[in-house]
Design a protein around this ligand. Structure first.
Ligand code: DGY
Length: 418
């Protein structure tokens, strides 16, 4: 156990750039939004000031409208595409123009409550509280213009689940005309068979060019995007962070942020039930641009257990995961292994991600589904023992996939073992 923790710490130190971490050398040479928030949880176990710095650095690059961008390009690096010149967001320190799962609210509450240095924790959490709240408000103002209680992503990269089967049908409606020729860099760092396809990359870039042509004005982007998906996993993270921020705000005596956060969480939880599929025993995505459910049994609808959903739903999700375990050797695959689109080693079309496992396990534990929660955590450790600190893993053969020496994978191991 101690040996594994020490190895995980070494991975985190290796990717530490002083006031932020890179997800891994080479493939992802900048700061990523949800990577940082989740990695801070790992730091918090052995270096609390460093954990706070990670999140502080992220929020130092928040936009004036409240958005927290998905990448911060702290330094130049030709090894990544698309770089700052493609995004063209005109920020003093360049950033991308889209966001990522809002996990910071959850992470900050957890780091705050566990902190041994309470004075530091109060100071840091007090400063972050209004910033995180502004981001949550930004989501509902800009990504839920009809006030449904659930937000849409407008680019697959926002979900973090870049090439999920969930987006396939919607992506058919994203054009590729007018996309400038480009050279991918990711495929020179990682096995191309583990990564999204060239066709998907063209569509990713078409969306970036479209949003750039609108001046990255978030009051326009949602309605102008041909890609608007309500992802249960993404919403669950936002809802959980709103609920956690409410508790944090109470601890810090900010009753207004507490009340507003609680209201957003409650509305979201109620709305989430419209995404439940009795046939699949899990939640499904909803394609807002065509007003239709997406019939795709991915991990997005299982990650929904991270939110404080009704206990009956959490139980059904635990049963669903148990059913998935009949067709793989490790939990939890990012797509149903019995579905025709399942691809064991290709990024989000089958492989296991430890951060997702951690969030599902945490939600199930809170809902009282402790047996499944523990089983998922145990599988995480079996994967590390077999394949090291990879970016993601094959759910049948435990193959290490994508980048290696991965920061958030290491952080999750420290979380599980500490
Ligand atoms: C990538 O470059 O693969 C990232 O997932 C985009 O954020």
């Amino acid at each position: 156990t101690q040996k594994m923790i020490d190895q995980a710490k070494a991975v985190m130190r290796k990717n530490d750039r002083g006031n932020y971490t890179v997800p891994t050398h080479g493939l992802y040479p900048f700061q990523w939004n949800w990577d940082s928030a989740l990695s801070a949880l790992g730091f918090a176990h052995f270096d609390e000031p460093r954990a706070w710095t990670e999140i502080e650095t992220l929020f130092a690059h928040q936009w004036d409208d409240g958005m927290v961008p998905h990448i911060i390009f702290h330094q130049q690096d030709e090894g990544y595409f698309p770089g700052p010149d493609v995004w063209g967001t005109s920020r003093p320190v360049p950033t991308s123009g889209i966001t990522q799962p809002a996990v910071a609210g959850f992470a900050v509450r957890r780091i705050f409550e566990r902190a041994t240095n309470k004075t530091l924790a109060v100071e840091k959490a007090r400063a972050l509280l209004p910033r995180i709240h502004a981001w949550h408000q930004w989501f509902f103002a800009n990504r839920d213009p009809q006030g449904s209680g659930l937000v849409a992503i407008i680019h697959p990269w926002e979900s973090g689940r870049d090439n999920s089967v969930d987006w396939d049908a919607a992506f058919e409606r994203v054009p590729t005309d007018g996309v400038q020729p480009f050279t991918r860099r990711d495929t020179s760092h990682a096995n191309p068979a583990h990564r999204p396809t060239d066709d998907q990359y063209k569509r990713y870039i078409w969306l970036v060019q479209k949003f750039r042509s609108l001046g990255w004005d978030n009051t326009k982007l949602h309605d102008a995007s041909p890609f608007q998906i309500v992802d249960p996993g993404f919403n669950a993270i936002l809802i959980r962070s709103c609920a956690d921020l409410a508790v944090l705000a109470d601890s810090l005596g900010d009753t207004e942020i507490a009340a507003q956060s609680r209201a957003m969480a409650e509305k979201g939880i109620a709305a989430m039930d419209s995404l439940w599929s009795e046939a699949h025993g899990q939640y499904l995505c909803y394609d807002r641009s065509i007003s239709a459910s997406v019939d795709s049994p991915s991990i997005g609808g299982i990650l929904a257990a991270f939110a404080p959903i009704p206990k009956s739903r959490a139980k059904a999700i635990a049963d669903r995961i148990d059913a998935l375990s009949l067709s793989c050797n490790y939990l939890v695959p990012s797509h149903d292994p019995t579905a025709p689109e399942f691809d064991a080693l290709r990024y989000w079309r089958g492989p296991i991600w430890l951060i997702v496992n951690y969030m599902i396990s945490d939600g199930l534990k809170l809902a009282g589904e402790t047996a499944m929660a523990d089983r998922i955590s145990a599988d995480c450790l079996r994967l590390i023992e077999k394949a090291g600190f990879a970016e993601y893993y094959g759910p049948i053969g435990a193959e290490p996939c994508g980048g290696d020496a991965f920061t958030w994978t290491a952080a999750m191991v420290i979380e599980i073992l500490s």
